[in-house]
Design a protein around this ligand. Structure first.
Ligand code: 9MR
Length: 355
């Protein structure tokens, strides 16, 4: 009860911030497509600077972690939708699109699932009932889902490891159900919410042609078989040294499928060598800003308007970037600094949207 009151109070404060922000020129007011960010609901509820940047600048949000399997389905018989519901309420209040992330992945798997023993029918039932339960809960509220995340290795083969591998990322679904679990996950999602847009999402497609090719081949196969897929996510976790030609090629080829194209997790590392003494110099900033602008320019140029699902940043301020927080790398990968002030690259991104 107390948590519900706290959530309601936080939503009222956030609503007020939105009213104040309504008149300003922002990314969302300028962009010809949706501009989004991955959201941490705890920061949204507690940090006023985070709240105002998200409310003012973006018109799409993606659930960063709270709808991953381990978070939303922590015990076999328990689903926890509290934080996801908070994000949905926030999105509805501010008329923002909300994109669900993600239904089947090899990471963020709860302990009970990693210890589950059963034949392939039992595993199939787990996959189906998880997808059905989550999509039914959010039916009519969540516009889209990353149904399967990161199912391929960079060399284009299906991600796989031994069931007994002493590794924290075990590819359960592939191990127990074979690679066609991907197609079935899309079918289960479509059955549960026929109006939701369904995406396959992966990283490194701009640097690994074999991976890009494998994903495109999967789409061709899905189309031939009538498997419901509506979009592809190019995560775009890139760095200042990522080749422009690879970025353009990936966007072009993904657009050629005719599906929606989502730059789904954009951030640009300046510290690709993980140098602990690195300084964020003007020359590094210039390279980074140019790269942000390049991504927008290519997206506008290569993706037909009706396929422009949008560009989403992975996190909001440099301090909450997964690269800094989880990988513990000194870096500045986003458009806002640790205090959520606009950085130099904000203007480059903004101008590229406008031109
Ligand atoms: O940003 C996310 C981080 O907070 C989590 O600890 C991590 C594991 O769940 O996942 C990060 O997000 C990943 C996303 O879900 C899929 N693409 C790569 C992202 C960065 O690792």
């Amino acid at each position: 009860m107390i948590n519900r009151i706290k959530s309601l109070f936080a939503l009222v404060l956030i609503w007020l911030a939105g009213v104040v922000a309504a008149q300003q020129q922002t990314l969302q007011s300028l962009a010809p497509f949706k501009v989004g960010c991955a959201i941490n609901p705890d920061l949204l509820a507690k940090n006023p600077s985070y709240q105002s940047v998200v409310t003012e600048e973006f018109n799409s949000i993606t659930s960063e972690n709270v709808l991953k399997f381990g978070a939303v389905h922590p015990q076999k018989e328990v689903y926890d939708f509290a934080k996801g519901d908070f994000l949905v309420a926030y999105a509805q209040m501010h008329h923002k699109r909300i994109h669900g992330h993600c239904l089947a992945w090899h990471q963020s798997v709860p302990k009970w699932l990693s210890e589950f023993e059963g034949d392939s029918a039992a595993w199939e039932n787990l996959l189906r009932s998880h997808i059905r339960t989550v999509l039914t809960h959010y039916k009519g509220k969540m516009e889209a889902w990353d149904v399967v995340n990161e199912a391929f290795f960079d060399n284009g083969t299906y991600r796989q490891d031994s069931v007994n591998a002493p590794h924290r990322y075990i590819t359960f679904w592939r191990n127990h159900l074979g690679e066609d679990y991907i197609a079935r996950a899309f079918e289960y999602a479509h059955e549960a919410d026929p109006n939701a847009l369904l995406f396959y999402n992966d990283y490194g497609q701009e640097s690994n042609p074999a991976k890009l090719k494998a994903i495109l081949a999967m789409v061709t196969d899905f189309k031939r078989r009538g498997i419901p897929i509506h979009g592809l996510g190019l995560q775009m976790h890139i760095g200042i040294n990522t080749k422009d030609s690879g970025i353009a090629e990936a966007i072009k080829q993904v657009a050629a499928t005719g599906l929606l194209v989502h730059i789904s997790e954009l951030d640009i590392k300046v510290n690709q060598k993980k140098d602990t003494a690195i300084i964020y110099t003007d020359s590094l900033k210039a390279l980074q800003c140019r790269k942000f602008a390049f991504v927008v320019e290519q997206y506008k140029k290569l993706v037909p308007k009706k396929q422009q699902y949008g560009i989403t940043f992975w996190n909001v301020g440099d301090g909450d970037s997964w690269i800094v927080k989880w990988e513990k790398i000194k870096d500045w990968p986003l458009l806002f600094d640790v205090n959520y002030r606009k950085k130099a690259c904000y203007s480059y991104f903004y101008d590229a949207l406008k031109e």
